[in-house]
Design a protein around this ligand. Structure first.
Ligand SMILES: Nc1ncnc2c1ncn2[C@@H]1O[C@H](COP(=O)(O)OP(=O)(O)OP(=O)(O)O)[C@@H](O)[C@H]1O
Length: 630
């Protein structure tokens, strides 16, 4: 009975065949509750959640209220009317344990996990909980160094200085801030502070980011910041000039689970900076942590309000939730001594915590710093105000920003076919400059830079307002205008100037998911695809050797994470989809450096601003309960 209903759920697109297959594998026919829980858990993990709270196994919550009749039938067939029954049914199954046995499923704190997800989450919890503040540091020396780097003005708190103090005095630190809040500037200075504090020691510093684009941006902006600061020869030598992708850093092999770096062969570094950490999924985070040497210091940078990782989990966002705790009293006092601010200026500090005992969660809170002041967008900037309104869920405010004629924000109400044409025409104008450079035979670096100035972002992949429809339409118009011409030598997809985005990592080629390249004639006239590497070098690859890729006039907001464009055009489809969330909108808006054009209807915009993504995990609760168990 249950399996028949689960098969029906596949037909209704509530479940994927793989979810039901999984349930079949681990749950016998006489355990309908386990069958439903296993299939639903598999689907939830497929949707990015780490676990399934068993409290959500109720008819009104199952499958987010879609297909209520089928959902109710599934729930009845499970014969588990309340949470206690679910607990009992699951706990008595040989496929479920509390984690002490190697069972396929783990039930802990009323959350059901796949064994490997539970394991990875536990690894991250243990690592984060191991965060310690370094009390042995020479505070006078630190104060002098931070004063040199950040100045001595104490009228207004410079949270960048606090963030640097947090990172320099802690083993693990997490710095979150929106666009232009100075994360890179802070990390540039705090790395100098670390080098100065450990004068004479050969500090091994490495930089990494989840995508090639983000790694390239990190190398470039750190390099620029260091150029502006007075550094001596030794400091220049110790500060790294290149960031790598996390895949490259860990030596992840193509189509293999094997890593070059792991607990038995840890990474050769003392300090690791991970930028765009909100994009790092749980399995990758667990791999990274496992490969770190015991004494390594790690600094995670990111924006907690952006979309979470494409795969499972939102580790960075989860950890940042502990920022509400503020700093413990001893930590606030140490930070005040290191930076010269008064305790009452550190607004996160709570006096009533004076005699508290330090717990795991307060120690994690002590490792965080949120940067809020944007140096890129001033108070008058439309992009900054719009991002803020979206992030705080204020639709009316967002609408008034959009309607106020800011020079950096253009709003096109997307309701009619006319506006669709206008969107296509604007995109063609946006891409015209780089295509003219392609025709003039300019060099690849110049063309790649020109392509980067304008980017069309879509909320969805499918449909005429999605990536596939817009790519097709734009190519069609560009061809009619003579701006692109098909290659005679290669299959129909290829032509000089075709922009593509890599969709799968290929470590042998050194190309990673999200890398953007442009097809251009090589030395013998044959098309090759040119990419800019994280170190700024240009490399070219034959089109037929590329891993999975797509045309990239339009790309999804998900794929654009870690990149920024001078002019970003963001398209929301005219009909709402649950995939269009506040985080997606915020991420899309904040990809724009100087200009944003938003194509959206009022209604979809309103829905998006009021739909916040929740990635279910047990990370925060496991951190809280670590003292008792784990
Ligand atoms: N304290 C500061 N005073 C003045 N300008 C600053 C300060 N901090 C950063 N900036 C400037 O603001 C801009 C953004 O800084 P930065 O690149 O460090 O921010 P970010 O948070 O890393 O940005 P992104 O969103 O690109 O990751 C840069 O031009 C930088 O020089």
């Amino acid at each position: 009975m249950m399996m028949e209903l689960l098969d029906q759920a596949i037909r209704e697109r509530l479940l994927r065949p793989i979810d039901v297959q999984f349930a079949r594998m681990i749950a016998p026919d006489h355990c309908p509750a386990l069958q439903l829980a296993a299939a639903y858990l598999s689907a939830e993990v497929g949707a990015g959640h780490i676990c399934l709270p068993i409290t959500s196994l109720q008819p009104q919550c199952l499958f987010a209220g879609r297909q209520p009749e089928l959902t109710r039938a599934l729930w009845h067939a499970a014969k588990a009317p309340d949470v206690q029954c679910w607990r009992d049914s699951l706990q008595c199954s040989p496929s479920v344990s509390d984690g002490s046995q190697p069972t396929p499923l783990v039930l802990q704190y009323d959350r059901l996990y796949l064994q490997r997800m539970w394991q990875s989450e536990g690894d991250v919890v243990r690592f984060i909980a191991g965060s310690r503040v370094n009390e042995a540091i020479n505070e006078n020396q630190l104060r002098n160094i931070l004063d040199q780097l950040f100045g001595t003005d104490t009228d207004e708190v410079d949270w960048q200085k606090i963030a640097a103090a947090v990172a320099v005095t802690g083993k693990i630190s997490v710095i979150s801030g929106g666009p232009g809040t100075g994360k890179t500037t802070t990390v540039a200075k705090l790395l100098i502070a670390l080098v100065r504090l450990t004068a004479g020691a050969q500090l091994r510093i490495q930089l990494a980011a989840p995508t090639g684009k983000a790694a390239a941006r990190l190398s470039e902006s750190l390099g620029k910041t260091w150029q502006q600061l007075a550094l001596n020869e030794i400091e220049r030598k110790l500060l790294p000039d290149q960031a790598s992708t996390l895949h490259g850093l860990l030596g992840i092999q193509l189509n293999s689970q094997r890593l070059r770096y792991h607990p038995a062969n840890p990474l050769n570094l003392d300090v690791l900076v991970v930028d765009e950490a909100s994009m790092v999924d749980l399995p990758m985070m667990a791999k990274l942590i496992a490969a770190l040497p015991a004494k390594a210091r790690v600094i995670f940078l990111g924006d907690r309000d952006q979309l979470a990782s494409v795969e499972v989990g939102a580790v960075f966002g989860d950890i940042c939730r502990l920022a509400v705790l503020g700093y413990s009293a001893p930590r606030a006092e140490q930070l005040a001594r290191a930076t010269g601010y008064r305790l009452d200026q550190l607004c996160n500090y709570h006096r009533e915590k004076k005699n508290e005992t330090l717990t795991t969660q307060t120690r994690v809170g002590d490792s965080l710093c949120l940067l809020k002041k944007s140096y890129r967008f001033d108070k008058k900037s439309g992009i900054g105000q719009l991002a803020e309104a979206v992030n705080t869920g204020k639709y009316q405010r967002a609408l008034s920003v959009l309607q106020r004629n800011h020079t950096d924000v253009e709003y096109v109400v997307l309701t009619e076919a006319e506006n669709y044409k206008a969107l296509l025409q604007a995109s063609v104008i946006g891409y015209q400059t780089y295509l003219e450079q392609v025709m003039q035979g300019n060099d690849a670096a110049e063309i790649l830079a020109a392509f980067n100035r304008y980017q069309l972002l879509c909320a969805l992949r499918a449909g005429s307002f999605g990536v596939s429809g817009l790519n097709q339409q734009i190519e069609h118009i560009l061809r009619n205008k003579g701006l692109i011409r098909r290659s005679k030598r290669l299959s129909n997809d290829w032509y000089s100037g075709r922009p593509i985005m890599i969709g799968r990592n290929d470590s042998a080629l050194g190309l990673f998911n999200g890398d953007v390249g442009i097809a251009l004639p090589g030395a013998h006239g044959h098309l090759r695809v040119y990419f800019q590497l994280p170190n700024g070098d240009i490399k070219s690859v034959q089109p037929n050797r590329l891993p999975y890729h797509d045309t990239a006039y339009a790309m999804t907001v998900h794929k654009s994470q870690g990149s920024e464009f001078e002019h970003t055009a963001l398209v929301l489809p005219p009909h709402f989809s649950p995939l269009i969330t506040r985080e997606l909108l915020y991420t899309g808006i904040t990809r724009a450096r100087r200009k944003l054009t938003l194509y959206a209807s009022h209604q979809v915009l309103n829905h998006a601003i009021n739909t916040s993504t929740l990635r279910r995990s047990g990370l925060v609760d496991r951190l809280y309960s670590r003292i008792k168990s784990d």
